[in-house]
Write a protein that binds this ligand. Structure first.
Ligand SMILES: Cc1cc2nc3c(=O)[nH]c(=O)nc-3n(C[C@H](O)[C@H](O)[C@H](O)COP(=O)(O)O)c2cc1C
Length: 162
């Protein structure tokens, strides 16, 4: 059986994480951007990792719509969840993670992680730049957490061996 990593991204952070996870997992792993490609049938997979990024407190609609439409099927799989999020307040960050997925799937998931964030001012539109500047964020940065990404991959691999 195979692993599907299905992700939503605007500027590439969640995609980068998907590809990093794919290199750390064993077996047949397929990475799919829900923004670009139609997800394959879930029947092909025993493991599904869902990842997205947070804008104005919420995960991409394309991902949440897909998850809501497939929640019963996803509950039959080994599931991992991750988000990219720049929020620094731990409580707000945890809430963003919890609120990104249906409660049943969140509770079912083997691992759920906030894996850090990136800011790409060169790619953002003016409104986005202004929004970030108002929060005191003025520069591009990459703050994805290798530790959290490794932990996600490790948890998915370990539970397969049990
Ligand atoms: C306009 C804008 C709004 C954002 N709003 C939030 C937010 O409400 N909460 C949060 O945790 N991160 C927020 N972020 C940070 C993003 O989640 C972060 O940049 C992430 O790495 C983007 O991932 P992507 O490149 O996969 O789209 C925001 C970023 C931008 C540019």
């Amino acid at each position: 059986m195979k692993t599907l990593i299905l992700y939503a991204t605007k500027y590439g952070s969640a995609e980068k994480v998907a590809h990093q996870l794919a290199t750390k997992l064993t077996g047949d792993v397929q990475t799919i951007s829900i923004m670009k490609d139609a997800p394959p049938p879930l029947t092909e997979f025993d493991t599904v990792i869902l990842g997205g990024s947070i804008y104005m407190g919420t995960i991409q609609k394309q991902l949440s719509n897909y998850v809501n439409d497939h929640v019963e099927e996803l509950l039959e799989k080994r599931v991992g969840l991750y988000i990219c999020a720049g929020e620094q307040d731990p409580e707000v960050k945890s809430k963003e993670l919890v609120d990104s997925f249906p409660k049943s799937l969140y509770e079912h998931a083997i691992v759920k992680e906030v894996v850090g964030h990136e800011y790409h001012f060169d790619k953002m539109n003016l409104v986005e730049k202004l929004m970030l500047r108002m929060k005191g964020i003025k520069k591009s940065c990459s703050a994805l957490s290798d530790e959290r990404i490794d932990h996600t991959a490790h948890m998915m691999a370990e539970t397969r061996r049990l």
